[in-house]
Design a protein around this ligand. Structure first.
Ligand code: ADP
Ligand code: MG
Length: 235
């Protein structure tokens, strides 16, 4: 439902629920009636203790998993109307992922790592390389294109991973504990990069359990036992 004059949300969930192993003795309710509405160019943080459902929510928003009930509109598309192949296509076009552990391929150069999501079949080699180079330059790593992950610092590796996440010009960047493996000064550089990307119109969702990291976001949410609540803005 679009209210006239109101921008379409990039992410909108309604009463999103996820139950693992439903009906069994091991049943876990990981998401409870999560209502979340995030617009274009917002930078939000989701906090909460271990096991509260943060990664489960990220998997739903990232179209990596499907909810048990409730709905999710990703950039206006009701994800429930898509089959697995269409969901994968939506994920590729709309969402970039960044993880705590960087997840770079060790035997490939920074440039090759960044080009990975473009696929070998879909984009001709010269265009792959040119786009990957531009993405590396956007995270100020143009001069490290030929380096392998083991030849770079943690902060540089995370910037390569961010360049890789941006290669398809996604609307949404999902980052699960992206500064968790970095020292605090390097973490601040990554957060400054997210702020720049937000200013360029990207929607950034940052999962963290550190309050000083979450403080960089425009809005903050807290998960507790599968329920999501927005934190009041301090005056
Ligand atoms: P967080 O990221 O906040 O630490 P998770 O979303 O990973 O929390 O987990 C939320 C709850 O769901 C936890 O109780 C966890 O044990 C459970 N859980 C997560 N993934 C699965 C799974 N694939 N199967 C069963 N239970 C799971
Ligand atoms: Mg997690």
């Amino acid at each position: 439902m679009n209210v006239p004059g109101e921008a379409v949300a990039v992410i909108e969930t309604r009463k999103l629920c996820k139950v693992y192993a439903p009906g069994s003795a091991a049943e876990v309710v990981a998401l409870r009636d999560v209502d979340l509405r995030i617009g274009r160019g917002e930078f939000v943080a989701i906090m909460g203790p271990s096991g509260s459902g943060k990664s489960t929510l990220m998997n739903m928003i990232g179209c990596l998993d499907t909810p048990s009930s409730g709905s999710y509109l990703c950039d206006g598309v009701d994800v429930a109307t898509l089959d697995a192949e269409q969901r994968a296509e939506l994920r590729l076009q709309k969402i970039g992922f960044v993880f705590q552990g960087f997840n770079l391929l060790p035997r490939m150069s920074a440039l090759e790592n960044v080009a990975m999501p473009l696929g070998y079949a879909n984009v001709p080699h010269p265009e792959r390389m040119q786009r990957a180079r531009a993405a590396l330059e956007a995270v100020n790593l143009g001069e490290r294109a030929a380096h392998r992950p083991s030849e770079m610092s943690g902060g540089q590796q995370q910037r390569v991973a961010i360049a890789r996440a941006l290669i398809n010009n996604p609307a949404i960047l999902l980052a699960d504990e992206p500064t968790g493996a970095l020292d605090s000064r390097t973490g601040m550089e990554i957060l400054a990069l997210f702020e720049r990307l937000r200013d360029a119109g990207l929607t950034v969702i940052l999962i963290t359990h550190e309050a000083d990291v979450a403080a960089h976001a425009d809005r903050r949410f807290e998960m507790r036992d599968g329920a999501l609540n927005e934190q009041a803005v301090h005056a």
